[in-house]
Design a protein around this ligand. Structure first.
Ligand SMILES: [Zn+2]
Ligand SMILES: [Zn+2]
Length: 262
């Protein structure tokens, strides 16, 4: 993400009393491994923001009826903040290389987990409805690539983002899938919700750790109240229920399944 955009979002930030959630339910043990490594990689966001990615000139009028938002290499449609939840996201996933069938199966599992994380962090206001897998070499709303070591991904506010499938190989296969999903969530939060990074970039003064996926030092996959407030300020029709145990809520409201178009 660009530093200038980072500052702009900080100016927009206001507190919200609607976001009365705790993050405990989303502290998922398997994701803890995601951290020290991805932290280093996310530090590269600022440097990578200058890299060109394709951007469409018009991204309006791409929001379909029935609460579906279509996301392609142009990024987030302008009207998406006006849809009441639940918004089912229909997104393209471009592969920069051709993964093996086994790796593609892991990538699809990571998408389903990513959808659950989105669903949980928005209290059922948004999920991944379908993923159009574009054969390599291709660019999508999400582009999957084997980035150089120490780079987990990078994103643009309102724009497309790239996540490294090398995250799959950091730990055992099951944990790798969760790490890739957490990496997708972090970059998606930049793109869709304009959430800033909450850790200090290299050379900047140290900051206290925030219990938030936007600060990977925390190793949690939930959002801090500040980030929830940013979402509610931007998506006025979203409803984050107060006073409900997130564990109960997640058990009674499972995320809809994600389908894949290959
Ligand atoms: Zn970031
Ligand atoms: Zn946060």
């Amino acid at each position: 993400m660009k530093i200038s955009a980072f500052a702009a979002v900080l100016c927009l930030a206001t507190s919200s009393v609607q976001a009365q959630t705790t993050l405990e339910a989303f502290k998922l043990g398997g994701d803890r491994a995601f951290l020290p490594v991805l932290f280093t990689q996310i530090k590269n966001d600022a440097a990578r923001a200058s890299m060109p990615l394709p951007r469409a000139t018009t991204i309006g009028a791409r929001v379909g009826a029935g609460g579906t938002a279509f996301l392609d290499e142009a990024g987030v449609p302008q009207g998406v903040t006006e849809i009441a939840g639940p918004i089912g996201l229909s997104m393209s996933a471009g592969l920069r290389y051709q993964p093996s069938p086994e790796e593609l199966a892991k990538i699809e599992k990571a998408f389903q987990r990513f959808s659950t994380l989105v669903w949980n962090e928005t209290w059922g206001d948004m999920y991944v409805k379908e993923v159009l897998i574009l054969k390599a070499p291709a660019t999508g709303y999400i582009t999957l690539d084997r980035l150089p070591q120490k780079e987990g991904g990078y994103a643009y506010f309102n724009g497309p983002f790239v996540v490294s499938t090398n995250l799959l190989n950091l730990m055992d296969p099951e944990t790798g899938i969760r790490i890739l999903a957490a990496g997708m969530l972090h970059e998606f939060n930049h793109s869709m919700f304009l959430l800033p990074d909450e850790y200090p970039y290299e050379g900047e003064p140290d900051l206290p750790v925030k219990m938030c996926v936007m600060d990977p030092r925390s190793r949690v996959t939930g959002l801090c109240p500040h980030c929830q407030g940013l979402i509610l300020d931007r998506f006025k029709k979203f409803l984050f229920p107060a006073g409900i145990d997130p564990k109960d809520w997640a058990a009674r409201n499972p995320a809809p399944a994600t389908s894949f178009i290959r």
